[in-house]
Design a protein around this ligand. Structure first.
Ligand code: MUC
Ligand code: MG
Length: 372
């Protein structure tokens, strides 16, 4: 008899950030994560995380909504189900619950962690095996101040912690934003890669005008300049510029990836397990990209260590991770809720070894930071 799921626990954990993180749609002073435990009758407990950015300003699920969705709607569908058959559970959940990819991603992570522990293999092994044990990781400069960003970049370069930086713009008028990018690029020099995320803040003609300037300034990649629903516009910009255009908010599900690939809306996809609804779908998006010759970028919803490691496991199985990852968010938080934080070294994240995700939750820390 295969083990059955007997209980699911969820808790919202609020962890302050080391500095305000300024995006076009929100300024983050803390990150709120829904931490999930799935219990089975063989005694195995799987852990997962569902996390978004800035309440409801980035995605359509909030931390409070994710917790409610899991407690009220997903958990009853899981109880008494075979804990080892994750595809069957996903099919059941998708039959009764539409959307809610963030909540589904955290649940699937916990099921994979449990199954890995059960079989004494890592999550990446369950997904077919890791191609690499380390993943390149950039850092996002988003203090909201050009001089502070330059200082931060120089410090991290001197420690060899990062050699690629992503800049968040779209809050100010385009000229001010582009001047900010150019000043940082000039200060860090040619050996350092700079990518720019506009988070949908520009329209198509503004993009045409200002991406030209960014391209001329040696920027390496442009992320989601226009509204996420404007697939055709993204295709036109991809065709117009030689600088690669990356689809982030536009490319959530496998269906989005397919539709964008057909019209070449973006030459790079930012994959995030929260947007795709889990690790299996994140793999399928990489498959669509492989078929269409579109490079992958390992994206983040600024998850804590659990979500970050889950993402790292799936990205480690990609053979088209051309653009590395941005799995830096545990370093943006003042503390961690796992017993042994993950290692960042030489501009890379080292994927933890061990069964499941390879990390152990620290219940005292959960108690300390959980929302009361
Ligand atoms: C986004 O849109 O990419 C990822 C890194 C970061 O700083 O913000 C996120 C969101
Ligand atoms: Mg983005």
């Amino acid at each position: 008899m295969n083990p059955k799921i007997i209980k699911v626990e969820t808790v919202i954990v609020d962890l302050p950030t080391i500095r305000p993180h300024v995006l076009s749609m929100a300024t983050m002073y803390q990150q709120s994560m829904v931490i999930i435990k799935v219990f089975s009758d063989d005694g195995i407990i799987g852990i997962g995380e569902s996390t978004t950015i800035g309440g409801l300003s980035y995605g359509s699920e909030s931390p409070e909504g994710i917790k409610l969705t899991i407690d009220q709607y997903i958990t009853p569908l899981l109880i008494n189900q075979d804990a080892t058959n994750i595809h069957a559970i996903n099919q059941r959940v998708n039959k009764y619950i539409s959307g809610n990819t963030f909540a589904k991603a955290g649940i699937e992570t916990a099921l994979l962690d449990a199954q890995g522990k059960r079989l004494n293999v890592s999550v990446s092994t369950l997904l077919g095996g890791a191609i690499s044990t380390k993943l390149g990781v950039l850092w996002t400069l988003a203090s909201g101040n050009t001089d502070t960003d330059i200082e931060e970049a120089k410090q991290l370069i001197s420690e060899n912690r990062h050699n690629t930086f992503k800049l968040k713009i779209g809050r100010n008028n385009p000229k001010k934003d582009v001047d900010h990018v150019s000043a940082i690029k000039k200060a860090v020099g040619d050996d350092i890669k700079i990518t720019v995320d506009i988070n949908q803040a520009w329209d198509e003609s503004t993009s045409k005008k200002w991406i030209k300037v960014l391209e001329a300034n040696g920027i390496d990649l442009i992320e989601q300049p226009i509204n996420k629903t404007n697939f055709d516009g993204l295709a036109r910009l991809t065709e117009y510029f030689s600088i690669p255009i990356m689809a982030d908010e536009a490319c959530c599900t496998i269906q989005d990836a397919y539709k964008l690939a057909k019209i070449r809306g973006g030459s790079v996809y930012a994959v995030k397990i929260m947007k795709s609804g889990g690790l299996y779908n994140a793999s399928k998006i990489a498959g669509i990209g492989e078929g269409a010759d579109i490079g992958m970028y390992g994206g983040t919803m600024l998850e804590g260590t659990i979500g970050t490691v889950a993402s790292a496991h799936v990205f480690s199985t990609y053979n088209n991770l051309t653009w590395g990852t941005e799995l830096f968010a545990p370093l943006l938080l003042v503390d961690d809720i796992v017993k042994k934080p993950i290692t960042y070294k030489d501009c890379c994240l080292e994927i933890p070894e061990g069964p499941g995700l390879g990390i152990e939750i620290d219940d005292d820390k959960i108690e300390k930071y959980k929302r009361k």
